[in-house]
Design a protein around this ligand. Structure first.
Ligand SMILES: [Zn+2]
Length: 306
């Protein structure tokens, strides 16, 4: 039997994607249609197809991004081309998007890609937004990304948590890799979430879930583990970024990976926080990906298993 606590209002559909693309949340209501987050660029055609199919001839009026990591806004360009939809982005990224500064938007720094898009207005913490005929509060969610926002609907007790809270954990705390504060902000975000009345959480990745309290407990203990030795965050970040590139390109040599790590600012920052030489580190992390079932290693080539 379906978990009744996970019932979503009829105006809301969640497209659960994977790890390369974030989930997308579609709203259809007489007042208009909207999509929250648009996935990664290499999945953009699939994102458009999912939206087109669900809208069944209707137009997409509004596109909203929780944050501008490449796996959350990589479908923006294709959706804007298809629908000329009004687009709202977090206020703290508005200047960087306006001039398309790929360094500040972190695409260059992580080796990830994103097709250029535009925006019509920005969203700030404290704003209210109508999606699917429901009112959503815009909350700040720094930690994983200092500019990230999350959306909360009090009348339905639903939280769109982006990468601030997953059922098992949360996104990499990126600011700490470059010696900026992120653990304290993430703790504060978890505290804010814990004070909300929540029936369903729709995370940026993974299936929607209902037991927010248990997820918050897991997130807090994970955060304590990472914050008590920042090398753990750096090592995890490097592995996650490797896994992401592997999902995108399907295969690369360990030698090519060495070049990628050295050539991308955030990967390099993470590697430098660790005591091991980069080549040894890459082999160790590649072996961990193999052990986790995410990849196989053949003659120095790392091959995606997913
Ligand atoms: Zn993210």
């Amino acid at each position: 039997m379906a978990d009744q606590s996970l019932l979503l209002p009829p105006s809301m559909t969640v497209f659960e994607r994977g790890w390369l693309s974030s989930n997308n949340i579609l709203f259809q209501h007489e007042q208009g249609t909207a999509l929250v987050d648009s996935g990664y660029m290499t999945h953009a055609a699939q994102t458009l197809a999912l939206v087109q199919h669900a809208l069944d001839g209707r137009k997409l009026d509004l596109l909203v991004n929780t944050h501008l990591h490449s796996d959350h806004c990589g479908g923006n360009a294709i959706l804007q081309q298809a629908y000329a939809c009004r687009t709202l982005i977090p206020v703290a990224d508005a200047d960087a998007v306006a001039v398309w500064d790929e360094e500040r938007l972190t695409y260059k720094a992580t080796g990830q890609k994103c097709e250029r898009f535009t925006f019509d207005a920005s969203l700030s913490p404290g704003d209210c937004l109508m999606l699917g005929g429901m009112e959503w509060q815009v909350l700040a969610a720094p930690g994983h990304d200092p500019h990230s926002l999350i959306l909360y609907c009090a009348s339905e007790a639903i939280l769109i948590s982006a990468d601030a809270l997953w059922e098992h954990g949360f996104g990499v705390i990126f600011p700490e890799l470059e010696d900026e504060s992120g653990f304290a902000e993430q703790a504060q975000v978890l505290q804010v979430i814990s004070e909300l009345d929540i029936r369903v959480v729709i995370p940026g990745h993974g299936a929607p879930f209902s037991n927010a309290a248990a997820a918050l407990d897991r997130a807090r203990s994970r955060l304590d583990y990472l914050a008590s030795d920042p090398r753990r965050n750096a090592r995890n970040a490097l592995k996650v970024m490797m896994a992401f590139l592997l999902l995108e390109t399907r295969q690369f040599s360990l030698q090519a990976l060495d070049g990628l790590v050295r050539g991308n600012r955030i990967m390099w920052a993470a590697a430098q926080k660790l005591d091991a030489p980069v080549d040894k580190l890459i082999v160790a992390l590649a072996e961990e990906l193999v052990k986790a079932g995410a990849a196989r290693l053949e003659d120095g080539e790392l091959i995606s298993a997913r």
